[in-house]
Ligand binder design. Structure first.
Ligand code: SF4
Length: 288
């Protein structure tokens, strides 16, 4: 969806003129799950929100269908979703992802051009002067731990993988600095192997959408992986994370300016007044 485009019965993007659903036209909700689910045509959004009771009674099939519809809506909303870390090969993405812990992608992208030039391969990280390396990555925070990870990563790649980053999750998670989240980022974005990245945004949103109640990231990954087609895992992760950054904030989500509202059991956790909600929406420019 491009800004300004609207569809009947759903919130608009940007300045919004009416709450969802329009209070004056909202009908009493049915208590029948079947009837409620049938109100969601295969290709469109439901015409009215479900009640809490109806959400609680959603069938596994209905949840899968809704998850995929959320994915389609997010794809329209954020057609430019992508990995925001700059990289040209798996090693660079591995390094950038390690540096991004407790830091912003924007901040990491400022550090990495000089870093990648100075350390072009795994052997260069393995033999790095620690003080020099720490100084180059200092602004990303936790620079001592991150320097340890980068030196360890280089050494492990040289010793065990001929200096190449392996393309298997089981191998990646054995490398210094590589948790499962980092490994999935590398797999999905550097190797094209579908992976779900569960960060704090992703976990918060899929729980708000009641796609899962799990809090353990690995369990969240598996639960959502059962709902979303495998080929979409990587892009779904990007879209959910962007939605978390721009609209569905931890505190004060912009519910009144959220196109996912008809599919969201947590609609109303944030302001539903369109004018108030619109002020909470962030754009790509806010992260440049
Ligand atoms: S309706 Fe509110 S809680 Fe639901 S996804 Fe949108 S912003 Fe988040």
């Amino acid at each position: 969806m491009t800004p300004g485009r609207t569809s009947p019965g759903r919130p608009t993007l940007g300045p919004v003129s009416a709450p969802y659903p329009p209070e004056s036209t909202a009908k009493p909700a049915s208590t029948s799950t079947v009837a409620a689910e049938s109100e969601a045509p295969a290709g469109g959004l439901p015409k009215r929100r479900k009640t809490a009771r109806q959400w609680a009674a959603e069938t596994p099939r209905g949840r899968t269908r809704r998850a995929r519809q959320i994915n389609r809506e997010l794809a329209e909303l954020y057609p430019d979703a992508h990995c925001e870390l700059d990289f040209t090969n798996p090693l660079e993405l591995s390094v950038a992802t390690i540096l991004s812990a407790q830091s912003t992608d924007k901040g990491v992208n400022k550090i990495t051009p000089a870093l990648f030039a100075k350390y072009p391969d795994a052997a260069a990280y393995a033999g790095a002067d620690r003080t020099e390396l720490e100084e180059m990555i200092r602004s990303s925070g936790f620079y001592r731990n991150k320097a340890n990870s980068l030196i360890g990563l280089g050494a492990a790649l040289v010793e065990r993988y001929d200096g190449e980053v392996p393309a298997r999750l089981d191998d990646l998670v054995t490398l210094p600095g590589m948790g499962r989240k980092t490994a999935n980022v590398v797999l999905g974005n550097a190797f094209g192997v579908p992976g779900i990245t569960v960060d704090t945004h992703f976990g918060r949103l899929v729980r708000r959408w009641k796609l899962t109640e799990e809090t353990d990231p690995v369990k969240v990954e598996h639960a959502v992986g059962r709902l979303i087609e495998k080929r979409d895992w990587t892009m779904f992760s990007h879209r959910v994370i962007i939605h978390g950054r721009r609209r569905c904030h931890a505190r004060k989500p912009a519910c009144g300016a959220c196109p996912i509202a008809p599919l969201c059991p947590s609609y109303g956790e944030g302001p539903t007044d369109p004018a108030v909600a619109a002020k909470l929406v962030k754009t790509a420019a806010d992260f440049r």
